[in-house]
Design a protein. Structure first.
Length: 253
């Protein structure tokens, strides 16, 4: 399942990872989006010093390739970001974005992007605290961090990892993880992180395959973001609805 940015390149590209992680950053205007969550309670992401399996594998790979110093740096950054995201809520969003942006300049964009992506997606897919409130605040955080750090590579890598994790959840028929990840995707769109054309491309891929899990994902996504998708591109929405009807008729034939 690919999410293309509509400019001829896939958001799943590894090109952004090749940048020098020590490249200097310049503060930009905040890009934090508003959330619809009324509850301002902190959203816990991880407990203790647990390191997600995928991140642990990356750290081991760094160490085995002679990057022990980089692995140590990544482990330290992971602990600091986990602590910050454990306190994340819609009331302290800007402050947390500012603190993580400081880590961007201190530890490098590649390490910070990998840690942020892993922690949020693991919490969204596997964490018992993965709720609609979490999806809204997490999406606003990613939007704010990407805007402040001018880090389109964060958006690209986060989106590619989200697509891969969603595909795994759908293949494993993990309906809870699928729902949570789709909600995160919808809020990323609502925050302006993802464009309407990218969302329609993603929806077309689900419509074309048309598994039961694809239909469920479409229902969740349209319930969450359908009105905005129609407002942003009414012609595309009309064409999509007609294509879904045709696909359903073909499947039932």
């Amino acid at each position: 399942m690919m999410l293309s940015d509509g400019s001829g390149s896939d958001l799943g590209s590894d090109d952004a990872d090749g940048r020098d992680e020590d490249e200097g950053e310049h503060g930009g205007g905040g890009g934090g989006g508003k959330t619809s969550a009324a509850d301002a309670k902190p959203v816990a992401v991880a407990a203790g010093k647990y390191v997600p399996p995928a991140l642990r594998a990356k750290l081991e790979a760094m160490k085995s390739s002679g990057g022990s110093e980089e692995a140590s740096k990544a482990a330290t950054v992971e602990r600091r970001i986990t602590g910050l995201l454990n306190r994340l809520s819609d009331t302290n969003l800007q402050a947390i974005v500012k603190d993580v942006f400081a880590l961007y300049r201190e530890a490098g964009r590649r390490v910070v992007s990998a840690v942020v992506t892993q922690i949020i997606l693991t919490a969204a897919a596997d964490g018992p605290r993965a709720t609609e409130q979490f999806a809204a605040v997490a999406a606003a955080f990613v939007s704010g961090l990407a805007g402040t750090a001018k880090a389109q590579d964060l958006v690209a890598n986060f989106t590619a990892s989200l697509a891969a994790k969603l595909e795994l959840a759908m293949t494993d028929k993990d309906s809870l993880a699928q729902h949570n990840l789709i909600m995160l995707l919808a809020y990323l769109y609502g925050c302006g992180v993802l464009r309407a054309d990218l969302m329609y491309t993603f929806m077309d891929s689900l419509r074309e395959r048309f598994w039961e899990s694809d239909v469920s994902a479409l229902v969740t996504l349209l319930n969450a973001a359908g009105l905005q998708l129609r407002s942003d591109d009414p012609v595309a929405m009309k064409e999509f609805v007609l294509s879904v009807h045709a696909r359903a008729a073909k499947a039932g034939a």
